[in-house]
Design a binder for this molecule. Structure first.
Ligand SMILES: Cc1cc2nc3c(=O)[nH]c(=O)nc-3n(C[C@H](O)[C@H](O)[C@H](O)COP(=O)(O)OP(=O)(O)OC[C@H]3O[C@@H](n4cnc5c(N)ncnc54)[C@H](O)[C@@H]3O)c2cc1C
Length: 426
């Protein structure tokens, strides 16, 4: 059983298939130098913790080996290698290479409720817009979660097969592992799910599930999250967010180049500025716009950022600083614990106005107004920018007060952004 983005025992069809087909399985994780290189220490520390947790639930039998996947897998001389199928470009190409090498790769399940490529329009083409995709996704449906295996007869590793990484971070990253993910989800269901539709945009409130990292590493399967949701507005809103993840995976599957290329190609011809001092200020949370800066500091110190502020900082980078979205997406890739190629590239493209949404490019987020609306009491800003904590609520969102001077004037840059858009119209 080759674990990759499914670091769990519950609701894991590939693991069940492996157990069904043999008396003794080898549970294996392969450390991939390429993926390690692009991840910052927060994501690596989370992965290291997640592997330890999986190992514990396997009674210390997890094999962890670094190296080329084909070489590592061949060294085991396994008759069958069970996996859950990957759809994003890098993972799919890696699995193809493994299969081409003659290894008997058996794919069961995927990290999605409905695998990319399955939801089709009546004319059998793929969806390009979210809302009709959502309807098709609901109509397609998915199976209920399956239970964890009662018993796992696993072949233990030797010393060389226990290359557990000791990646660490001083940042406050979330607790990793299947049981922590399920405990957090139980907390969310009991305390926040029923008000999710009202609270999910409020940046200073712990009102979202925080399931993005568990989903990224497969500590929980989306079917487990969808199971038992009702028809209320709050539950439906939550189901729709899970569907965004599935939609973006489907879009990337059909358009693998959009991981770093424009989904709407004409945006590649727009005039952009090179990343320099202003980009550095954005990365460091020093733009002088409190809501933007709080968000960037949240990202760098915790490895997670609220969805509302992901949109605000992305809009600010592209439309106020005129920097191409890929620079921001790469910075997110380094710092997010939940980094997901499809949700990240398409979350960026959606906000930049070149993505799947019919959302017009001329919709430019006002970073000050967004703060007033989605952090009215300034709790979020006070948490991440303590130097502003003493300001009263009515002033805390104002750029330029008792705080570093704003690096740009939003009103001016909004017009500049629209002027650049005009140049590529037609
Ligand atoms: C610029 C930008 C970059 C992003 N990069 C990533 C990324 O790398 N990885 C990632 O998982 N999400 C990304 N998102 C989506 C979203 O911000 C996060 O999934 C969400 O904030 C995670 O918090 P949560 O688990 O508490 O979400 P909840 O609100 O509890 O939502 C539940 C789940 O639904 C899914 N979801 C929610 N919103 C979205 C969305 N807009 N797009 C896709 N899936 C969604 C996630 O899997 C999430 O865990 C990005 C959004 C933007 C605007």
């Amino acid at each position: 059983m080759w674990f990759r983005r499914d670091l769990r025992l519950g609701d894991n069809p590939a693991l069940l298939a492996a157990i069904e087909n043999s008396d003794e399985i080898v549970p294996l994780f392969i450390l991939d130098p390429k993926l390690i290189k692009q991840a910052g220490n927060k994501r690596l520390a989370y992965l290291a913790n997640s592997l330890r947790s999986l190992d514990e639930s396997l009674g210390g039998k997890l094999h962890v080996v670094a190296g080329d996947q084909v070489e590592v897998l061949k060294s085991y001389k396994a008759a069958e290698v069970h996996i859950s199928k990957e759809y994003e470009p890098y993972g799919a190409a890696r699995d193809q290479r493994v299969a081409d090498s003659g290894i008997n790769l058996i794919e069961t399940g995927s990290p999605y409720a409905v695998a990319p490529g399955r939801v089709r329009k009546p004319d059998d083409t793929n969806y390009r817009v979210y809302t009709p995709f959502y309807k098709g996704w609901m109509a397609h449906g998915w199976r209920n979660p399956v239970a964890a295996p009662k018993e796992i007869n696993a072949f233990g590793p030797n010393k060389a097969q226990r290359e557990f990484p000791d990646w660490k971070t001083d940042c406050e990253i979330p607790l990793a592992g299947e049981s922590n993910a399920l405990a957090r989800f139980a907390w969310f269901k009991a305390n926040a799910l029923d008000s999710y539709d009202e609270q999910r945009n409020m940046a200073g409130i712990d009102g979202t599930s925080k399931m993005s990292a568990p989903l990224k590493f497969g500590e929980v399967h989306p079917r487990t999250l969808l199971f038992g949701l009702g028809a209320s507005k709050a539950h439906d809103t939550f189901r729709k967010e899970i569907a965004w993840r599935e939609f973006y995976a489907d879009v990337l599957f059909h358009n693998p180049n959009t991981i770093d290329e424009y989904y709407t190609p004409k945006f590649a011809n727009m005039r952009y500025d090179q990343p320099g001092e202003k980009f550095k200020a954005w990365c460091e949370g020093k733009t002088g716009y409190p809501f933007v800066d709080a968000a960037m500091r949240q990202l760098v110190t915790t490895g997670w950022m609220h969805n509302r502020t992901r949109m605000v900082v992305a809009s600010f980078l592209v439309k106020d600083l005129h920097i191409e979205w890929q620079h921001g997406a790469n910075f997110f890739m380094e710092h997010l614990v939940d980094f997901d190629p499809a949700s990240n590239s398409h979350g960026w493209q959606w906000t930049a106005g070149c993505g799947t949404d019919a959302s017009p490019y001329y919709r430019v987020f006002n970073p000050t107004e967004q703060g007033r609306k989605f952090d009215p009491d300034g709790d979020y800003i006070r948490k991440y920018i303590p130097e502003l904590a003493a300001l009263p609520n009515e002033l805390i969102h104002e750029p330029g007060l008792s705080y570093i001077a704003p690096i740009v004037d939003h009103k001016v840059e909004r017009l500049e952004s629209l002027a650049r858009l005009d140049e590529i119209k037609g």
